[in-house]
Design a protein around this ligand. Structure first.
Ligand code: TA6
Length: 286
């Protein structure tokens, strides 16, 4: 595996990333967090991911944009508020294991295994692999092995940021599902409308969904999302929360929405010792 030619340094940072360019796409993948930061589809000359202009590339800190991985818990830790929001995977340095190229594009394998640092936060032995396919579509595979003597439970999400004009965007595919409104005392509500439009801060966890969604822009199909994971989250910070986020420009709330997919809330996963579980996500122009 000859990988040096793909490695670049992130802007104003010592952190390394993998730069991919092929017939189908340009992509940038940070080894910190195994995070796809950029994906440009050449077929329709479109960026499929949003990355904040104020994103910081610092060890141990989450990068704002692209596809951060929330693992082994989504949101705040269920019992200890001192632990990092969304777990430690997105704040950890992963190991590059392989980069292959074929007629379908490039395939990048990155791995995270337990360390003394992760065991301080979550005391289990595991191997987590992310296989990232950069071709006509962007495909991610999450493969988790329980290497511990004990079963463990986890929640996770690909916390994907998509470029839109927020006030003219809508999300299709969640009609008639239930969601937890994280901005209204976690009340459980029903998604009655066909599309989700954005007129204020929006932060909804949908535990059980089809895993198939379309982001529309001005009523036209823009990006399609398909996941084998059951849960979804729809988030936009809107004006006030964006002002409180140091790595989001004050007016940048209108540049993106998050449509996240994973296993969250009632859909948390229990994995027996020695067992393996996999999930897939694909993102493409609609
Ligand atoms: O996307 C849902 C969410 O849990 C929101 O509540 C908001 O906190 C967002 O994630 C971003 O979290 P972060 O820790 O990346 O700032």
């Amino acid at each position: 595996m000859e990988v040096q030619k793909y490695l670049v340094k992130l802007e104003n940072s010592e952190l390394e990333a993998i730069q991919i360019s092929n017939l189908f796409c340009e992509a940038l993948i940070s080894l910190h967090g195994a995070q796809v930061l950029k994906f440009h589809s050449k077929k329709c000359n479109k960026d499929l991911l949003w990355l904040s202009d104020l994103a910081k590339f610092e060890t141990g800190k989450a990068i704002r944009g692209g596809i951060p991985l929330c693992f082994p818990w989504f949101g705040g830790h269920p019992t200890d508020a001192n632990l990092p929001a969304h777990g430690f995977a997105r704040n950890s340095l992963w190991q590059l294991k392989d980069i292959t190229e074929d007629t379908a594009g490039h395939h990048v394998l990155i791995e995270l295994t337990d360390t003394a640092a992760t065991r301080q936060l979550w005391n289990y032995a595991f191997k987590l692999q992310m296989l990232i396919h950069c071709g006509e579509e962007l495909k991610l595979e999450f493969k988790l092995q329980n290497l511990d003597q004990h079963a463990f439970e986890f929640t996770f999400a690909w916390h994907s940021y998509f470029p839109v004009v927020t006030q003219h965007a809508s999300v299709l595919g969640l009609q008639d599902t239930h969601y937890i409104d994280q901005l209204d005392e976690n009340k459980v509500k029903t998604q009655t409308s066909q599309g989700i439009e954005f007129t204020a801060e929006t932060d909804r966890v949908y535990p059980k969904t089809s895993g198939k969604f379309i982001i529309q822009q001005n009523g036209e199909n823009h990006i399609q999302i398909q996941s084998t994971a059951k849960s979804a989250v729809v988030w936009n910070p809107w004006i006030k929360k964006a002002e409180r986020l140091a790595d989001v420009a004050n007016d940048a709330w209108q540049e993106f929405i998050c449509v996240e997919t994973g296993q969250i809330a009632s859909e948390k996963v229990s994995l027996d010792a020695g067992e393996t579980v996999q999930y897939q996500l694909s993102i493409a122009t609609a």
